[in-house]
Write a protein that binds this ligand. Structure first.
Ligand SMILES: *[C@@H]1O[C@H](CO)[C@@H](O)[C@H](O)[C@H]1NC(C)=O
Ligand SMILES: *[C@@H]1O[C@H](CO)[C@@H](O)[C@H](O)[C@H]1NC(C)=O
Ligand SMILES: *[C@@H]1O[C@H](CO)[C@@H](O)[C@H](O)[C@H]1NC(C)=O
Ligand SMILES: *[C@@H]1O[C@H](CO)[C@@H](O)[C@H](O)[C@H]1NC(C)=O
Ligand SMILES: *[C@@H]1O[C@H](CO)[C@@H](O)[C@H](O)[C@H]1NC(C)=O
Ligand SMILES: *[C@@H]1O[C@H](CO)[C@@H](O)[C@H](O)[C@H]1NC(C)=O
Length: 407
């Protein structure tokens, strides 16, 4: 009897421990399995780990170290690795049981690769088929029907949030494996011009020093928030009024010297330094989330992210609905309504070191393990506390249920 009570207590406290890590952490889940360590490492390097953590109802098709070696023997760039590995994240939950009981014995699953929009047509889908003898085969849909990657075992299952299963080898896919252009080949002003930020892009091109700062950061990580044409056109008289150095700082203010995916921005409330940040000249803004919306604010005004023009590590470009005004260059409009209380003191800025880093060495996007303490992980860390409460009640509820069952 005593033993049983101790067991109950143990389970109860296990649940309490569990809830502090509420919301799965793929890095931690895989860390328990040394044979999957290379795969785990690359999920971090490619910044896929925070993307996986931010989703539920997904399945990760993990590869053991041998399968990863054979994949890496082709020396894919880190960007290509990201495409390949994102093909291994299915946007549906397949536990071991469900895999063996697929309706009609075959199914197509959408993947994170398909969700990036990089994959054309059917190439982002994975075919799962129950084969003879209880085997389950996997194949990329653009792969001519070959299903020679086989289910090995279930690794972790947290129904119905995330299932990690091991498969025998990487899913071959010509599209995912195609060499991706490196970031230095990106024409960021071209992308902006073609998608509603032409006035901003042209202004940037007309100011080579600011443009140079953007270019210097493209390899090491860059996030651009470009004001849409209508907003920027109206703003031009104010811009023209600035001094030469004011213009440069102003233009640099719309770039952040780290890569931030939308899910990182959504989980990352706080101060963000910009390309214009330089010692005492803060030129920073606050990122705030309101449901699905992400807003950027200074003491002068608040703008909203309205779209994604590019999100391919290490570069992201988003559109914003208005021109964000740095308080270093503009005075708050003399309207009677007082500006909202400052929230500036909140979080320590994390981009501060990144600026000097990315300015001095634009070549940081290597696939070397030294890359590790990356902004993705930091952003994810800051997110850790966010969904805490829901987890607690579920965990406590489950614990009581267990207590009941055991007594
Ligand atoms: C299974 O096969 C039957 C008969 O071919 C079809 O009517 C049904 O829609 C299929 N179900 C699924 C989930 O594909
Ligand atoms: C999956 O591939 C197999 C073999 O090529 C094919 O017979 C099956 O129809 C495919 N399943 C789906 C859902 O497309
Ligand atoms: C980038 O795009 C702009 C606008 O489309 C174009 O004028 C420029 O020539 C392009 N630069 C390169 C290097 O391709
Ligand atoms: C330009 O600057 C002058 C002097 O500071 C100011 O009076 C004027 O309102 C400014 N114009 C715009 C469009 O901001
Ligand atoms: C996930 O786990 C890893 C390894 O334990 C840790 O470094 C990271 O901070 C965790 N991330 C979150 C979001 O908790
Ligand atoms: C699934 O995710 C929800 C929300 O993050 C969490 O409350 C729940 O505990 C998770 N379930 C499992 C089995 O981890």
């Amino acid at each position: 009897m005593q033993q049983r009570q101790r067991l109950v207590l143990l389970i109860f406290s296990l649940f309490l421990v569990f809830q502090t890590s509420n919301g799965h952490n793929i890095t931690r889940l895989l860390a328990k399995h040394p044979s999957l360590s290379t795969f785990n490492h690359y999920l971090t390097l490619t910044h896929l780990a925070p993307e996986i953590n931010s989703r539920t109802t997904i399945t990760v098709l993990a590869l053991d170290n041998a399968a990863m070696s054979s994949l890496l023997s082709k020396s894919p760039s880190i960007y290509t690795m990201k495409n390949i590995l994102s093909l291994h994240v299915l946007l549906d939950y397949f536990g071991a049981k469900k895999l063996h009981q697929i309706t009609n014995g075959t199914a197509l699953a959408a993947t994170m690769f398909q969700a990036t929009g990089v994959a054309p047509g059917a190439s982002g889908f994975v075919n799962i088929t129950d084969l003879k003898g209880g085997k389950v085969g996997f194949g990329a849909e653009d792969n001519g029907g070959s299903l020679d990657s086989l289910f090995v075992k279930s690794v972790e299952e947290l129904p119905y949030n995330i299932s990690v299963i091991q498969i025998s080898k990487a899913l071959p896919s010509a599209v995912a494996e195609a060499p991706t252009p490196g970031p230095s080949e990106l024409n960021i002003t071209g992308i902006m011009s073609a998608h509603g930020c032409k006035v901003f892009a042209d202004t940037l091109l007309a100011h080579p020093e600011a443009m140079g700062t953007y270019e210097d950061n493209v390899n090491g990580g860059l996030t651009v928030f470009c004001p849409l044409d209508d907003a920027f056109k109206v703003f031009l008289p104010k811009f023209k009024n600035l001094t030469a150095s004011g213009k440069e700082s102003f233009l640099e203010f719309f770039g952040v010297p780290v890569y931030q995916s939308l899910s990182m921005l959504k989980s990352n409330n706080g101060l963000m330094n910009t390309l214009a940040t330089d010692g005492a000249s803060k030129f920073d803004f606050t990122v705030q989330n309101d449901g699905e919306d992400v807003t950027l604010k200074t003491k002068i005004n608040t703008v909203k992210i309205t779209g994604t023009l590019l999100d391919e590590q290490p570069v992201a470009i988003y559109t914003i609905d208005k021109v964000l005004m740095p308080r270093e260059l503009f005075k708050a409009a003399p309207t009677p309504a007082p500006a909202p209380a400052p929230v500036e003191a909140a979080d320590a800025p994390k981009a501060s070191k990144s600026k000097s880093k990315s300015k001095s060495s634009p070549d940081l996007a290597s696939d070397s393990p030294a890359d590790s303490p990356n902004p993705a992980d930091q952003a994810a860390d800051e997110n850790a506390g966010a969904s805490f409460k829901g987890g607690r009640s579920v965990a406590v509820g489950l614990s009581f249920l267990l207590v009941f069952l055991l007594l």
